[in-house]
Write a protein that binds this ligand. Structure first.
Ligand SMILES: *Cc1c(COP(=O)(O)O)cnc(C)c1O
Length: 354
């Protein structure tokens, strides 16, 4: 703390990202990165862009990328917003769409950046408990609010909410923005982007960090009614005109255009997930049904914090949250086949399942 800080800064409780260890040779299954690299076409596009043009500012509107996304989803460019990671897109949505002096509804077990943005933008959190099976109950979201946000599939549970259930939430809240954070939708869910033309209160965000393996590039997007997109543009253009650099614009656009690579790598992650689930269940874990590139699992005979520490000593890093309701769970990213094998072998070595 310092006398130079604005008083408000003293009250902030920042987000704590998963560890990015400097040690090499770790089996890193803690931040839901993709084990397969980005599309070779995305890499080539970025390499071609690495030239003297870098002295020039990028397109402030990222039109090339918005067009690629609009084409991919069959929407219009004015229904698309892009930002420096979906975290930035979410921040602009909190700022531009959720400050109505009423609580923002979100689940008790969810992405921990939501309460952080509530603190940053002076929004009251309206915490809605998940049911006993860690599922969102649509009927719980029919109460006064200044907006609603949840990931689908939810993080860190991995549980998917069906589009009909999302439609029930949208229908019950015609005067609020409902933001569906689809960071993991490509690993087995159906995108709610199909609903944006019917629900002017629906905003869908996605990221290129997970299914498109570009966490290091920092690109996220939102799709919704042009009026919602315009709010995000107004906030963005009052904050940073150039959130996406030249490399990010062409690399992200190429990633959307390379559908074959995308489908192949997502399917490989999904296939590995089903294998890991079966192997962990054979070791006695309870695993929540996952539609994401991670699983959320607990073992009735082993303390989660101790398991995480034991794995870590053997160079396998998973995520453990010291939080009510979920402190006996581990969130484990699906890695490459040899990483998943190392996870299971290390658990066996720790005596799990014997
Ligand atoms: C990873 C993640 C994000 C952030 O993605 P970035 O685009 O890397 O900022 C947003 N929401 C959820 C639920 C996530 O898990």
């Amino acid at each position: 703390m310092s006398k130079f800080w604005s008083p408000f800064v003293k009250s902030l409780v920042p987000y704590v990202p998963g560890e990015q260890p400097k040690m090499i040779r770790l089996v890193k299954l803690n931040t839901n990165e993709n084990p397969y690299g980005p599309s070779p076409r995305a890499i080539a596009a970025m390499q071609a862009e690495l030239n003297d043009n870098l002295r020039l500012y990028p397109d402030p509107n990222s039109d090339r990328l918005k067009q690629a996304i609009a084409e991919y989803y069959g929407v219009r460019s004015e229904q698309v917003f892009v930002g420096n990671g979906s975290d930035e897109v979410l921040a602009h949505a909190f700022h531009g769409l959720f400050q109505h002096g009423k609580p923002l509804l979100f689940p008790d077990v969810t992405y921990s950046f939501y309460p952080v943005y509530c603190g940053l933008y002076g929004i009251e959190p309206g915490i809605v408990p998940l049911d006993e099976q860690f599922q969102i109950r649509p009927e719980d979201y029919a109460r006064p609010n200044g907006g609603i946000i949840f990931p689908n599939p939810n993080a860190p549970t991995g549980r998917l909410l069906a589009l009909e259930a999302i439609e029930r939430i949208l229908g019950a809240n015609p005067d609020s923005v409902v933001l569906v954070d689809e960071a993991y939708i490509d690993f087995g869910g159906q995108t709610a982007i199909a609903l944006v033309d019917r629900y002017p209160n629906l905003l869908v965000t996605q990221t290129l960090s997970k299914s498109r393996s570009l966490a290091g590039l920092r690109v996220g997007l939102a799709v919704g009614h042009p009026d919602l997109i315009e709010a995000l543009e107004r906030v963005k253009n009052s904050f940073n005109s150039y959130p996406l650099d030249r490399m990010a614009i062409v690399g992200a656009a190429a990633a959307f255009e390379d559908r074959a690579y995308f489908q192949r790598t997502c399917q490989a992650v999904i296939d590995s997930r089903e294998q890991v689930v079966a192997q962990l269940e054979a070791l006695g874990f309870d695993v929540l049904p996952s539609a994401a590139n991670f699983i959320f699992a607990r073992h009735p005979a082993h303390d989660a914090a101790q398991l995480a520490a034991g794995l870590r000593e053997q160079g396998v890093i998973v995520r453990h949250f010291r939080q009510p309701r979920i402190d006996q769970f581990l969130r484990i990213t699906i890695g490459a086949p040899e990483q998943n094998r190392a996870l299971v072998d290390t658990l066996v070595g720790l005596g799990v399942g014997s």
